[in-house]
Design a protein. Sequence first.
Length: 229
Amino acid sequence: MAAIVSTVKVRPVRKDNPKPPRVSVEALALSLPKHAWRTITWREGTNEKLQSRFARVRVRVAPIRGEARFAEETLLIEWPKGEDAPTKFWLATIDRNMSFRGLVDIAKLRWRIERDYHDLKQEIGLGHYEGRGWPGFHHHGTLSIAAYGFLISERERIPPSAPHSAARIEKICRSQWLSTPRRPRIRPQRHVPNSIATIHRLLAVAIATTLLRCQCCARRFPRNRRRNL
């Protein structure tokens, strides 16, 4: 699925007309009947549910005049209530039988991906790698994503309002094999022993020390290297 501008030219797919006129996606959206639009909610917002009006049409992209030789695609259009014209357009090469809600979820997935990437860089430490080799960055990214996945799973199991939820995560991290004398104690971030940054770092170290092989290249880690992570 790709976002497009309103001036992209397409030909709508119609059974009764094998060669319909070539129009812009905005003009096509404005010509759709009222029953073609549906109000769909895609997720819960901070204060209220996020919803808008959407329509979808099967089209063929026609960037130049002449016959459209491109395969059929689904054009998704968003026209929020109160706006004078449609605001967003997407082209998707998905199964034509996909549900309307599923199509909107994919279009709106960009916000979640950007939010995850921001958390990975700011909280987990994905952006802390300063090496120059691809294997090293691959290893660093693997551990960061693994630690983030563990945090997400813990967040799903423990409600934010539950008592001592942060203490439970810290107890998991400070297991016996993490507090051996061979390993120096990790300095708490910002002088707060139970800070999120410290817990994230502990999780990354905990996962790294349990790996026997690299999850990217399958190379076996030396025993002393695992112990000193």
